[in-house]
Design a protein around this ligand. Structure first.
Ligand code: DAK
Length: 258
């Protein structure tokens, strides 16, 4: 049994964090399984990845507090690096990753969702960075990604107070893109994944990289990143196919990721 179940539906893959006895909390084994599954995603055929949690109560309730409680400083750094490297791998995958947040997304769970391209939440989703109440700072990118997503002021309030917020508040502050009833969450995520999968994967990958890389840079450098990413779509099969389809008034497009 894996703590990260993997399922492929056509061109869409779903990873289900699967440790329901601990609300899918991330211990070293869970991180290793997630890492192995991410490495196994066939990037030639899969056009969008969805990450969700097993059960109806929790996406991921954070890093495993039991395991963390006994860490030395050195082990703490190694654990943080393990999570950071994995989350960065997810963030920079050349396919979009949607977090379908089906309950608690706390600490490392909130951070995992933020390493995804965007978040769709069920009405019972709860987000939070409870770390300061545990005597630590967020360690899997929370101080950085939360501030970039919702602004420094709102991120500081969430992190300093360690207060959990419900889905409607997460929506209001821009942490999630939409909120749907729990029984419609996967259908909603798969619908968006299907819309993405219809488009040219090379263009989607370049758009993702342009946004991710450009957002860290001053506008002039960011524009240069965009120009290169734009240019690298040209002379591909999919650019010719997309434009030919428009000019020929064809609805069907055959994008082959080349
Ligand atoms: N770790 C380990 N076990 C957890 C867990 C977690 N984060 N969250 C829940 N569980 C376990 C509970 O211990 C319980 O196990 P049993 O007692 O049944 O064996 C089971 O899941 C069910 O949980 P509850 O009985 O507590 O369920 P409730 O519905 O009453 O409450 C809850 C649900 C999510 C509100 C509550 O479980 C809770 O507050 N959980 C902890 C949430 C939390 O604080 N998460 C953030 C963890 S800190 C770093 C690297 C990483 C991080 C930080 C630094 N560096 C190395 C620098 C990340 C930190 C975090 O993520």
């Amino acid at each position: 049994m894996s703590f990260a179940e993997y399922e492929v539906k056509d061109m869409i893959a779903v990873i289900t964090m699967n440790r329901p006895s601990a609300l899918n909390a991330l211990n070293s084994e869970v991180l290793d399984d997630l890492n192995a599954v991410i490495d196994a995603v066939d990037l030639k055929t899969i056009r969008c990845l969805i990450i969700t949690g097993a059960g109806e109560k929790s996406f991921v309730a954070g890093a495993d507090i039991g395991e963390m409680s006994a860490l030395t400083k050195e082990e703490g750094i190694a654990f943080s690096k393990k999570g950071n490297d994995l989350f960065r791998k997810i963030e920079t995958l050349p396919i979009p990753v949607i977090a379908a947040v089906n309950g608690y997304a706390l600490g490392g769970g909130c951070e995992l969702s933020m390493a995804c391209d965007f978040r769709i939440a069920s009405e019972n989703a709860v987000f939070g960075q409870p770390e300061t109440g545990l005597g630590i700072t967020p360690g899997f990118g929370g101080t950085q990604r939360l501030a970039r997503l919702i602004g420094a002021g709102a991120a500081k309030q969430m992190i300093y107070t360690a207060r959990n917020i419900k889905a409607d508040e997460a929506m209001r502050i821009g942490l999630v893109n939409s909120v749907v009833p729990a029984d419609q969450l996967m259908a909603a995520a798969e619908k968006i994944a299907g819309q993405i999968a219809k488009n040219a994967p090379i263009a989607v990958a370049n758009a993702k990289a342009a946004i991710n890389e450009g957002i860290q840079k001053p506008m002039e450098e960011a524009e240069s990143i965009e120009e290169h990413r734009f240019g690298s779509c040209f002379e591909t099969h999919d650019q010719k196919e997309g434009m030919s389809a428009f000019l020929e008034k064809r609805k069907d497009k055959n994008f082959i990721n080349q």
